[in-house]
Design a protein around this ligand. Structure first.
Ligand code: AR6
Length: 184
């Protein structure tokens, strides 16, 4: 599914984010920035050690206590097709999705977009942050993801493409429903 807002194409696609040929892909990381499972594990595995090396440097120089939830940092894309990876940390929900979790998830998307723009990057792909190991509810999370993107584009018509790369059919349809609801 694809819609255009201003000059930005907003694309929903089923797939594997590590295959994306865009300026930057976003990683659903954890505060340690030292890698993990899920999409984080797949990105480090395919991108190679250069990504972890830069993450370690960022930890040492800027975030010795870890990257706070909702914030975002950027590294090389290493061996990936994408030139860069933005690492952000979504909230840990374990089923609970109150105002705090909503805001933190919103920030994770919004701050990633802000950082990509600061770096002059025009095409960006997101996974569905926090809906795997962190167990935030898919539909509510999709609504927040789409709200953050639409809010950003409403303020700054800057990106060429913003893509959501959804790993399963079910998540693709969840995002499609949320996007249709947001734009009808
Ligand atoms: N491409 C696109 N989406 C993917 C891929 C992929 N290759 N692999 C998984 N997903 P998760 P979280 C989807 O658990 O919930 C890690 O250990 C997956 O189906 O990767 O934010 C980190 O180190 C799900 O919908 O991230 C943290 O400790 C979505 O990506 C923790 O998990 C997010 O699932 C972060 O948990």
């Amino acid at each position: 599914m694809e819609i255009t807002i201003g000059k930005t194409k907003l694309i929903l696609k089923k797939g594997d984010i590590t295959e994306e040929d865009v300026d930057v892909i976003v990683n659903a990381a954890n505060s340690t920035l030292m890698g993990g499972g899920g999409v984080d594990g797949a990105i480090h595995q395919k991108g190679g050690p250069a990504i972890l090396q830069e993450c370690k440097k960022i930890r040492q120089t800027s975030y010795p206590e870890g990257l706070p939830t909702g914030e975002a940092v950027i590294t090389t894309g290493g061996n990936l097709k994408a030139r860069y990876v933005i690492h952000t940390v979504g909230p840990i929900c374990h089923g609970k999705f109150g105002e705090t979790e909503e805001k933190l998830l919103y920030n994770a998307y919004y701050n990633s977009l802000k950082l990509a723009k600061e770096k002059g990057l025009k095409t960006i792909s997101f996974p569905s942050i926090s809906t795997g190991a962190y167990r935030c509810p898919p539909y509510q999370s999709a609504k927040i993801a789409i709200k953050a993107v639409i809010d950003f584009v409403g303020k700054e018509d800057y990106f060429e493409q913003i893509r959501f790369i959804l790993y399963t059919d079910q998540m693709y349809h969840t995002f499609k429903d949320a996007l249709e609801e947001a734009t009808e």
